[in-house]
Structure formats: structure tokens, C-alpha cells
Design a protein around this ligand. Structure first.
Ligand code: TXA
Ligand code: MG
Length: 338
């Protein structure tokens, strides 16, 4: 998956972080826009580059679970169990923060999001950064403009953030393709674990490790999390979810009125020689997730009047994809210039 990356390039990246610059890097989920998490001025550059409101907290990436205590306090046993089981991997834990974690990272909240990404380049960067004298924590949101589609290739990052980033490490396309599962453990033991964002690590997989099923999102009083805004991950083309048996009618209606509609599908076209773009994604949820964002970017570029998304199965393994699609549909077509 990762393209070969020379040691000097990793060292350069670590030095740039240490100097307060921004470095974009691949993770197994999406590309991150990294800054030294202990340097508020560097973290401020992340918000400026993304056009993100400053009260939205960032995830701090660590080289290994051994660094947890430097960033979090009162760590519950559930967190240690999950870290041992899923890290490195696509799970972010929200824990009570250490007092030294800058407000710029946490959005002023008393909690901090932490994860160890499962990507050789990310891990090499995090280790080298710690060894070069850095804080060991790299604050990194997804490397896209606020509200837009997360990048899953280095090219996506360059085209969207360009000169705002000192360096983009290229690790090829991301293997998971959608953002990490976010689990809030900061209310333990009084309040149970809460799932703030679904991802590749399912509530069932979490329950199998800690014996408690996290409460699903949608509940009141959720902490600020931009991935939990109704409109997010959105292309600028209008989007709609359409049942498979209604796709053909929709396509012909568009054709007859001279408008262009592309289909984002996971099953074969119902008839040969479809006149409109039929963008076929893998039929399994993991494969679909891996290619989803790149396909949305591609269809967005084609300047269609509508992206019709073939309705996906209503089963637990599709929950994270369903979440991203519904947010994309909600935000689609809005041309914010932030
Ligand atoms: O897979 C991922 O998580 C990627 C890669 C780069 O690691 N990162 C990512 O970051 O998706 P971002 O900033 O786009 O989304 C992180 C989410 C945001 O919704 C943020 O509000 C939430 O995590 N978050 C971070 N710290 C939090 C905290 N202390 N409490 C509640 N939510 C938090
Ligand atoms: Mg994001």
C-alpha cells in the first residue's frame, strides 16, 4: 500500500513539525493535516488552512499506547483494553485530558481525542518526531477544507490545500478510506461509552472487548465534533439516495430534460449501454468505504446535475458508510467558501 519513502524525507517531515510547520501524512483511514500538538501556534495554522472553526477539537496522533499518560488522565481500564486490542488502528478514544494539552487542540474542552494510526509512514513520522525532541503528539484533522470530502490520496491533499502545507508525505491510497470510529470514554464510570462517529471498528467489536455496547450517536449533549454535523463530507454537486428499482426512471427523466445524472452504484447496471455515468464501487462495505471519497471527488469534478447514490443495504456492516452518505447528501450542493 505505502510507496517507498526515504528516511531523509521522514526526518525532514519531523523537523518541519518541530519547527511549527504543517505536514500532511497518510493514515489507514484518510490523510491527516499534522501539526505539533504541543505548539498552539502550529495548531492555529491547521485551523487557518482548513477554514475550520477554532472550537472544533483535533485528534492527537501518537506512536504507541505507551504515550497515553502524557496526554490523558484518569484513564479507565476500558481505554487500556481497547488500545491494546485495536491500536494501531482506526479507533479514536476521547479521554479526560492532561492539563498541559493546549486548548487550541481540545477546543477548550476538558477532554482530548487520541489515536495510534495503522500506517507505516504515519508511525515512522510519529516515532521520528518523538525522537527528534518533539512532543510525540501530532494533532491532525483530515486534510481537507472544512465540511468537504476527506482526502484518501496525496493528490487530493495537494489539490485542496496546496501551498498551505509545507510537505505532503505520499503513502498511496488509504486502505480504510473513511475516518476513524470515535468513542467517548470520558464520562466513565458514571456515564457509559458513547459512539460519537461510526467507523470501521463497529460497536459490536468494541462491545466484544469491553463487555459494554456503546450508546449510539444522535443523543443530546454530544460534544462538538465536526464529523457529527448533519452536513459534512460533502461534494458541491447535489446528491440523493435512490432505491435501485427507481434508478432507471430517474436516469431517463434526467436524460429527457437534458440534465446530467451520475450513479454511484454498488451493483451492476440493470441494462447494458447505460447512457449516463455508472460509477461502480465494490459490493462489500469495506471495499465501498475504501473507494467512496475518491469516487465522490471524481463525480464532483464531472460537473453533473445530480449524483444519485444507489441505496445501500440496511445492515450493521454498512452503518459507517450510511453515516457518511447521509451527511454528504445533507451538505451536497452547498457552496461554502470557507
Ligand atoms: O481517521 C481519522 O480520525 C482522521 C485521521 C487523520 O486520523 N482524522 C479525522 O480528524 O477525521 P477530523 O478532525 O476530521 O475529525 C475528528 C473528529 C472531529 O469531529 C472532532 O470534533 C472530534 O474528532 N474530536 C476530537 N477531539 C474531540 C473531543 N475531545 N471531544 C469530542 N470530539 C472530539
Ligand atoms: Mg474531517
Amino acid at each position: 500500500m505505502a510507496s517507498p519513502m526515504s528516511k531523509p524525507e521522514i526526518e525532514t517531515a519531523a523537523r518541519l513539525l518541530l519547527a511549527g510547520e504543517l505536514v500532511a501524512f497518510p493514515t489507514e483511514t484518510v490523510y491527516g493535516l499534522g501539526a505539533d500538538a504541543a505548539n498552539p501556534a502550529a495548531v492555529a495554522k491547521v485551523f487557518a488552512a482548513k477554514g475550520r472553526p477554532s472550537d472544533h477539537p483535533l485528534i492527537v496522533h501518537l506512536a504507541d499506547a505507551g504515550q497515553l499518560e502524557a496526554w490523558a488522565r484518569d484513564i479507565p481500564q476500558a481505554a487500556s483494553l481497547l488500545a491494546a486490542h485495536f491500536w494501531p488502528g482506526p479507533l479514536t478514544l476521547i479521554l479526560k485530558r492532561q492539563p498541559n494539552v493546549p486548548d487550541a487542540v481540545t477546543g477548550g474542552q476538558d477532554t482530548v481525542g487520541l489515536r495510534v494510526p495503522n500506517h507505516p509512514l504515519a508511525l515512522a513520522l510519529l516515532r521520528t518526531f518523538a525522537e527528534t525532541g518533539g512532543s510525540g503528539g501530532v494533532a491532525a484533522p483530515s486534510a481537507n477544507r472544512f465540511g468537504r470530502i476527506s482526502p484518501t490520496t496525496a493528490e487530493h491533499v495537494r489539490s485542496e490545500l496546496g501551498e498551505k502545507v509545507a510537505l505532503v508525505l505520499d503513502g498511496g491510497p488509504c486502505g480504510v478510506g473513511i475516518e476513524s470510529t470515535i468513542l467517548d470514554l470520558s464520562g466513565l464510570p458514571e456515564a457509559g461509552p458513547r459512539l460519537l462517529r461510526p467507523g470501521a471498528i463497529s460497536p459490536e467489536a468494541i462491545a466484544a472487548v469491553i463487555g459494554v455496547t456503546p450508546q449510539e450517536p444522535g443523543s443530546t449533549a454530544a460534544p462538538r465534533a465536526s464529523g457529527t454535523l448533519a452536513a459534512h463530507y460533502a461534494p458541491s454537486t447535489d446528491m440523493k439516495i435512490v432505491a435501485r428499482d427507481r434508478l432507471l426512471d430517474l436516469l431517463s427523466a434526467y436524460r429527457h430534460s437534458g440534465r446530467r445524472c451520475a450513479v454511484l452504484a454498488h451493483s451492476q447496471p440493470p441494462q447494458a449501454g447505460m447512457p449516463h455515468a455508472w460509477r461502480l464501487l465494490p459490493a462489500d462495505s469495506a471495499g465501498y468505504a475504501r473507494e467512496l471519497y475518491a469516487a465522490l471527488r471524481e463525480l464532483d469534478k464531472a460537473r453533473m446535475d445530480l449524483i444519485a447514490v444507489e441505496a445501500i443495504p440496511d445492515t450493521p456492516d454498512w452503518a459507517a458508510v450510511a453515516d457518511r452518505l447521509s451527511r454528504a447528501v445533507c451538505g451536497a450542493g452547498e457552496q461554502d467558501e470557507t
